[in-house]
Design a protein around this ligand. Sequence first.
Ligand code: GDP
Length: 442
Amino acid sequence: SVFEGLSGKLQDTIKKIRGQGRVSEKDVKDMMREIKLALLEADVNFKVVKEFISKISERAVGADVLESLTPGQQVVKIVHEELIELLGREQSKVTFAPKPPTVFMMAGLQGAGKTTTAGKLANLLRKQGKNPLLVACDVYRPAAIKQLQVLGNQLNIPVFTLENNQNPVQIAKEAVKFAEMKQNDLVILDTAGRLHIDEKLMDELLNIKNTVKPHEILLVVDSMTGQDAVNVSKTFNEKLGIDGVVLTKLDGDTRGGAALSVKSVTGKPIKFAAMGEKLNDIEPFFPDRMASRILGMGDVLSLIEKAQEAYDEKKAIELEKKMRTMTFTLEDFLDQMQQIKKMGPIGDLLGMMPGVDSKALKDIDIDEKQMGRTEAIIQSMTRKERLDPSIINGSRRKRISAGSGTTIQEVNALLKQFEQMKKMMKMMSDMGKKGKKGGFGK
Ligand code: GDP
């Protein structure tokens, strides 16, 4: 998952200090050294690391922190806050023109993920009510045009091309006119990339920029390219001027840490993060959520959004009531498993939850077969047991496993899973209530 290596190291470091009732300057120093190493290893820009560490150190060794009642937690809080700051503090949204169509221009090196991201963005923004038009401005590679057309086909989003026209500026201009006519309120220009930055490419992009005046120039950056990603961003920003960055391939981890420096080196915000090859694998970038994820504080907000997307409203309301009245049972659990399945791999979801022991669930693969066994186990319980699993002692477990043709380990695993699930449901329900007036229904 995202920043796994870095995340693991930071979490280990944090764990050491978090619960400490007494923290000395030396403890803080040791911790800073470890954080510094973890960041450098993850390929975060050296200067950025230095500044980051000095900011935290300065704040963390103050008397109000070290002499507070919970110094460990205070230090962790400071690290968290500074990480959010580093990532851009607040979410930076894309701007839409007061008078449509809004024009986005995607830029970036070849292979960064421009074309894919153009499609992903069109798909994402369509869900928010936009009516996008994709435009193929990469006239040098016929394959690139084809690729965009295939994407458009898959998404059922129109793709504008001008056959036999080798002038990207003209294509962009015509596309905007076409969009006005067809009432596409969002035009996404997929431009040509090169393997390296060169003058000719920059001139072409500048030409498009000056002619169609895009409302957003989004630079697509491959986060797996480490420091190069940062340098590329810097150059594009200086030569072309960009409004935001889309980080791609964050699912690749290895050197993704470089991405952490993009904002601070370019001064331009990260607006979206892409974490996979599928057309749904893109999210708006939230510095606070990303910081929480990296530090293992759980990404409850993302989870809630996923829940909101996947849950059917009627069931959600029912569930919420059950959670509130604490009548959520193993029978509901079966039903919930089906719902949860729609949200994606359960391991991913649990990884986002604070305080949930995802290891407990790691080996449980919720597939159809597993569902059948789960069902059998639950059906072998008495009604009383289903309503209150806490009464299921050793001999009851034996009976249930014999009755369902499963092992005691499987019964144990299920009960543990149920407890975790309950915890998760409760948390989602609480957050849902806080978030939207109708609970987690939209
Ligand atoms: P372009 O040359 O900049 O238009 O790049 P493409 O859109 O053709 O993408 C290059 C390759 O990267 C393709 O194989 C994509 O499937 C892949 N890709 C793009 N975004 C992501 C991402 O977020 N994660 C992963 N794993 N692969 C991606």
